[in-house]
Design a protein around this ligand. Structure first.
Ligand SMILES: [Cu+2]
Length: 151
């Protein structure tokens, strides 16, 4: 009986993903950086690809794991000083992808409920201008991780 239930769920899941393939923004290689010391702030990185047939944009991010989630971009000024700016949205033109990586666009999580250790997973909701919102689970990687380390 239990096996039957599992099979049934798998069928539903595959129908759902087949349906989502057309109109959803694809997300790949999402990861969150483990927190350092007592710091309850971290960043999430990943790749978003738009094959929906129309231009779109990431307009909102949220997670129950933190008090606040914002889209940020790290920039360096003429003096070589790094700063982070809040972005209203990340434009996702049709048939293009955007890479969120250290030193560039990222999702900033502030006021985390707890320290994040490698192996944890956090839920993340991504909302888009046109495509349906996506709820994904983001694995936590060691604080020393570089973008290329993520498979
Ligand atoms: Cu930031």
């Amino acid at each position: 009986m239990k096996k039957l239930t599992v099979t049934f769920l798998l069928v539903i899941l595959s129908i759902t993903s087949a349906f989502a393939a057309d109109d959803a923004i694809e997300t790949r290689k999402f990861w969150a950086r483990a927190t350092i010391g007592q710091n309850l702030t971290t960043a999430v990185y990943g790749i978003m690809e738009n094959t929906t047939g129309q231009d779109d944009a990431l307009v909102s991010v949220s997670t129950p794991a933190a008090r606040m989630a914002q889209i940020h971009r790290t920039t360096m000024n003429d003096m070589g000083i790094m700063s982070m700016n809040h972005m209203e949205k990340v434009v996702l033109k049709n048939d293009t992808f955007v890479v969120m990586e250290p030193g560039d666009i990222h999702i900033m999580l502030m006021g985390l409920n707890q320290k994040l250790e490698p192996g944890f997973e956090i839920p993340l909701t991504l909302e888009f201008e046109n495509a349906p919102k996506r709820q994904i689970r983001v694995p936590v990687y060691p604080a020393t991780t570089k973008f290329g380390d993520v498979q």
